[in-house]
Design a binder for this molecule. Sequence first.
Ligand code: C2O
Ligand code: CU
Length: 491
Amino acid sequence: MAGPAWTRRDFLAGSAVACGSLALVPAVLKAAAGSPIVLDATTASAQLLDAGEPRTPIWGYNGLVPGPLIRVKPGEQVRVRLRNSLAEATTIHWHGIRNRNDMDGVPGLTQEPVQPNDSFDYVFAPPDSGTYWYHPHLNSGRQLARGLYGMLIVEEAAPILVDQDLALIFDDWRIRDSGEIAPFGGLHNKAHAGRLGNILTLNGNPYTRIPVRSGERLRLRLLNAANSRILKLSFGELSPRIVAVDGQPIAPKSYFDGPITLAPAQRMDVVIDMLGAPGREVPIGEVSRGQVEIAKFVWHKSETARKEPLAAPIELPPNRLAEPRIDDAVRVPLVLAGGAMGRLSRAVFQGEEMSLRQLAREKGMVWALNGVADMPSKPLVRVPQGRTIVVQMRNDTRWPHAMHVHGHHFRVIKRGVGAIDPYWWDTILVQPGEAMDIAFVADNPGRWMLHCHMMEHHESGMCTWYEVLDPKAPAASFEEQLLRSICRGGV
Ligand code: C2O
Ligand code: CU
């Protein structure tokens, strides 16, 4: 590598000075020694519409959207105090973290809801480096859509050399001209593609200029925080190389064929060398509903970081995940059914079989997993710790679903559409009509949710849970304690 041995900090400081703008980056929150980071879930307002138009009343952690960026070092303990200043109960789920079960934030399954004016301390040591995020797991359709989310970055022990390491958090809002978030509810969203918005934001801004210098290397941590929209991001003529998926490193892959698809909750880390002469501009577009320009890389007018791209390697060291052993796996079918134009006619809800019509009208349920709408009282599967689970998903609906497994990352071992990749995912898009087998070693004891991350689907039936038995823990009869309606939040 040419030039002096700069540290990453120098790179960051250098670019900040050169461009005079870090406004697009979510505020990084550092805890004072010995005290927890405080995330105060509260009402606030944000300029989501263009400047000059009305502000939007939102809910945000510490009043911000996105919430503070939390960055931890490997092995470091995360200590977060959730303070609930909202008028309704909430929790925080640490999405993608192979967390200890009692810190997973799922009301009714792993903790009690955190009531207004109450607080809850989340203390855990993330086992893997990578890009993760946090959001509520109670009334999550509304709470997420109002702005309660943020990124959690677990740094690598030896980070790859980049000039800027940027969190890019995309969201899709449904906002009225008055600036207000459009009302929630209604069966239509639930039974179709979920709540799709009319305004896209990046880090809470309607339009973002990202200052760069010619030759700089960027690491972008892309997160889709939308309730239900599948994002398709285009980076113009730039050549992003994907280095991690859902937080887990992959062998760097150049991405040429069209936009990068990010299902709700998915993350991708990409590295881009900002080649080109000073003064260049390249937009970031979202093309799922025609081309929407959401941000723009703006090359500094005169400064050049370097003439040739960095030669330093971009491959991230893998995390230590156990390889599934397919031979002696426990296989569980999971049939996704329901929704508009689907074939589901009846499903069980809280132990009672009902027609889909009645379920929709009386219970607001329109989806089922294995014939059960909402949380079943019994787990999908219960295995001793260390067993491999293969979930054989079949999407028997007319809609794609972003299926998310708590507590573990999984591999895709069989799929009906497209090629099988060698990645570890925590959330994966299952296309209409598709059959897909996913596999993971159930090495993390506890009760874990498995659900569609399209929040409106999640809340209207598409959720279940599985249990990994800790050989050291006494057998519990958990079914009886299970709270009702956990899809929506167990209240
Ligand atoms: Cu990101 Cu169960 O959620
Ligand atoms: Cu879904």
